[in-house]
Design a protein around this ligand. Structure first.
Ligand code: AHM
Ligand code: MG
Length: 338
């Protein structure tokens, strides 16, 4: 991965330069600028999570007598409030809200819709483990200057114009694609900027890691079990060593590691959840867009994730995503046994 040594490039400058090169309208740099502000505020709260009594039930009172929110509700509200008045969006949808969220009447309506998972992996908050925010931007399909509708959101993932995530880990990063490669920015809290640290990220062709909640093993289809059994084997003559298992339980963290180190991340369907657990629009599509743009693959096991036509805002999908050769290995073993 080429690390950037010679230039200090903020995310804003990077996007403006990309837009200039493609004669963009500035909408996208506006969206990313507003989003990165929201991520900085969420970062601040995430790093203070152990200090202030922000965790626990919604609507608990803090010592000043103010109502404190759960961190995922807080993140949800921060993103909405950072994005509602920019003039670039005509509606938003969040994993935390049942219905789409309108832009208030007195603000301009733009050409895009934003989908987000405000704090993914939130079961990890209380134990100081990496969490993230995922986002996806689509161009609206309904007439301009009107409020957005559900139809603007129910588009297949290949129509995304941009997607990415913020990861709150040992450092905070913002990783995004606008369909021309994948770029990673590391947050420098001392200057308050996301600085380009990972230029044109390419996923390794093949990796030695598989990442899955193996506690579900006995609920999986036998073909999925066959892949996992195979992944754990040393196979003499084929130069195949047992893969390592890494599973954080925060999709953003597991996919981020897969992007940089290679391997495969899986959340398959099982006998209880026939569609898996992850949400197509808020989780699978944006992460699949990033991985494909870095040279990887993303499949439901049956079709390319980005080609699934969504029917509902919160629909789930099985997901197999990662290095192209690892995903091909899974697909090979998912074929029916004669
Ligand atoms: P969340 O959106 O409620 O946080 O759930 C999504 C998370 C993903 O980050 C992660 O990949 C998955 O749930 C882990 O699920 P499990 O605990 O079943 O392994
Ligand atoms: Mg989630």
């Amino acid at each position: 991965m080429p690390l950037v040594h010679n230039k200090v490039v903020t995310i804003e400058r990077h996007i403006i330069e990309q837009e200039r090169a493609t004669h963009g309208t500035g909408d996208f740099s506006g969206i990313l600028r507003d989003l990165s502000l929201a991520f900085k505020i969420i970062y601040r709260e995430v790093t203070r999570a152990g200090l202030v009594d922000i965790l626990g039930a919604t609507e608990r009172q803090n010592i000043q007598g103010e109502i404190v929110q759960k961190l995922d509700d807080f993140a949800n509200e921060v993103i909405y409030r950072a994005m509602d008045h920019g003039g670039h969006l005509c509606a938003m949808a969040s994993e935390e809200n049942e219905h789409i969220m309108a832009i208030p009447d007195h603000y301009e309506k733009g050409k895009y819709v934003l989908l987000f998972d405000p704090l993914d992996g939130s079961s990890n908050i209380d134990v100081n483990v990496t969490i993230g925010t995922i986002f996806s931007v689509l161009r609206r399909v309904t007439p301009e200057n009107t409020p957005g509708t559900e139809a603007d959101f129910l588009q297949p993932g290949y129509k995304q114009v941009a997607a990415g995530y913020a990861i709150y880990g040992s450092s905070t990063m913002l990783v995004y694609t606008a369909g021309k490669g994948v770029y990673g920015f590391t947050y420098d809290p001392s200057v308050g900027e996301f600085l380009l640290s990972h230029d044109n990220i390419r996923i390794p062709d093949h990796g030695q890691i598989y990442s899955v909640n193996e506690g579900n093993y006995h609920k999986w289809d036998p073909r999925m079990r066959r892949y996992i059994d195979w992944a754990k084997q040393d196979i003499e003559g084929e130069d195949k060593k047992a893969y390592s298992l890494r599973y954080i339980g925060s999709m953003v963290a597991d996919v981020h590691r897969t992007l940089l180190y290679g391997g495969v991340f899986l959340y398959p369907a099982d006998v209880k959840s026939h569609k898996g657990k992850l949400r197509l629009l808020y989780e699978a599509n944006p992460m699949s867009f990033v991985i494909e743009q870095a040279g990887g693959k993303a499949t439901t096991g049956v079709e390319r994730v980005l080609e699934v036509q969504p029917e509902r805002l919160h629909q789930r999908t099985p997901l197999i995503v990662g290095s192209p050769k690892n995903v091909d290995e899974v697909l090979l073993l998912l074929r029916d046994v004669e």
